[in-house]
Design a protein around this ligand. Sequence first.
Ligand code: 5AD
Ligand code: SF4
Length: 521
Amino acid sequence: MSKETKDYSKYFNGSYKILSEDENAKKIRIPGRDVQIISEPSYKQEKQRGKEETQIIYEQAIPEEMKDFGRIGGQKYYHIQTYGCQMNEHDTETMAGMFEEMGFIRVEDRTKADVILFNTCAIRENAEDKVFGELGHMKTLKLEKPDLILGVCGCMSQEESVVNRILQKHAHVDIIFGTHNIHRLPNLLKEAYYSKEMVVEVWSKEGDIIENLPKKREGMKAWVNIMYGCDKFCTYCIVPYTRGKERSRLPQDVIAEVRELARQGYMELTLLGQNVNAYGKDLEDMDYGFGDLLDEIRSIGIPRVRFTTSHPRDFDDRLIEVLAKRGNLVEHIHLPVQSGNTEILKRMSRKYSREHYLELVRKIKAAIPDVVLTTDIIVGFPGETEEQFQDTLSLVEEVKYDFAFSFIYSPRAGTPAAEMEDNVPMAVKKERLQRLNDLLNRYSKEGNEALRGEIVEVLVEGESKNNPDVLAGRTRTNKLIHFTGDKALTGQLVYVRVLEPQTWVLKGELVETPMKTVAHG
Ligand code: 5AD
Ligand code: SF4
C-alpha cells in the first residue's frame, strides 16, 4: 500500500496547503475542501508483480460501531451506479451487502439517497467520460443536500490521473476508494461522514483475497468470483493495473459458496475471473486447475453453470474434456480473440497466434459440436493495416461467432500500447468497426436461424422489458428468447419452440412437455 503521497500543489497554483502529515494520512487543503489522503494510486506500484504474498483474510466486514449507522438519526438510503463488467456488478452486490448490514435501504431514485456510489470502469475512454459527466451533474444535488455522501470506487479510482482530475474538478466527491479495499467501505464512510473531508484510500498493492464479505444478490442467477486480477498485461489493457495480480480463491472456499447457493435454490451461476483459465496456477503445492474446479462444480445441484472470461492461451485440454461432459456446464464459451492477425496479436502481447486460436476452436468444436462461441474484438489497434484487419474478418468467417463485443481501440494512460505510434485515422477505425459489425450480425442471424423449429430449454427471467405481455428468458447458450406465458413461470426452466429467429432475439412458443429432440440452443 502506498504511504508516499504526491505533491498536488502544481494543480492548484498557490491555493494548496499541507495541513498535516503523519504515517496514517496526509491532510491537504484544496479550493473549497480539506482532503484526507490515506493512500493513493501509483501506476509504478501497480505494474509490480511477485513481490507480495497473497493473503487470504477471513473478514468480519462490519465493525461493531457501524452496524446501525444506516439508522442513526433516521433511516438512510444508498444508491450504487455500476459501470462495466460483471466483476463490477458483483462488487456492487458485495457493497450492497455491506450497506444492508449497516442498516441502509437501497433506493433506485438517487435524489432520495443519503449515499451515492459510482462503481466505475476504466476499460475505455468513453466509459470514463460517462462517469465524469455524471459527477458533474452531482454538484447540483450536493448543493441541495449538503449531507449527501458521494463516493467513487472501482477501476477508475485505481488510476492516478483520475484521482488528480477529481481533486481538481470534482472536489464535491467525498470518498475515493479502489478495487482492493472494498471491505473498508464502512470505515471510510464513517470517516467522511464525521470529518466532512474528502477521504482518499486507494491501495496499489498486488492484492489480497477477502473472504466472507456479505453479498446482496438479486434474482435466480448468481455470480461467484473464483479468482481476481490479471497477469497477462495485454498491451492495450488497463485491468492488470487496476485489479492487481492473478490470485485464486481456494477451491474449498469456492465450492462452499457454490453449495450454499445451490441450497438457496439459485438456478444459474457464473464463475468470474479476468482470466478464469489461469485458475489455480498461483495455488502453491496444488496441482489443481480450472478444469478440476468445474469437474467438482458439475456435481453440485445448480441447473446451469457459466464462466467468464477465458484467455485462449490458458484454455487447456483438461478443460475441454470436462466441458464435454456437459450436465450443468452449458455449451457456451466466451473466447476473446481481439484480432485475427498474428502480428497484431503479438503487438497486443496476447501470447497466441491466429493458428493457435483456430486450432483451439477446432478442438472445442470437435468435443462439443453444438457449442456457441462468442468473442471480443478490437479494431484500429495502433498501426493496424487494412490487410491485418481483413485477417480479423476472415477469422470471424471461419469461426462463425454467434455474438461478439466489438470495440474501437481506446488508448489507456500507463499501458504500453498508449505509447505506440498510431497512424490509423479515426474515420478508418469507425469504418472498420462498421464492416466488422455487419459481418458479425450476419453470423448472429445465421446462428439463430439454425434453431428455427427446435425446442430449447429456457430459464425464465420475467416480463420482457419492452412488452409486459411477453416473457423473456435465456437458452443454455445465453440467447434471449421471447414467448407468451404465465409470469409465475419466472425463475423456472421451461421448454420453448423457436418459431421466429431474429438477429438479436428468438421468438417462440411454450411447449408443455419436452420432445425427444431437444436442441441446446
Ligand atoms: N480499447 C478497446 N477495447 C479494449 N478492451 C480492453 N481494453 C481495451 C482498450 N484499451 C476490450 C477487450 C476486452 C474487453 C473486455 O474490452 O476486447 O476483451
Ligand atoms: Fe486485459 Fe488481457 Fe488481462 Fe483480459 S487477459 S484483463 S484483456 S490484460
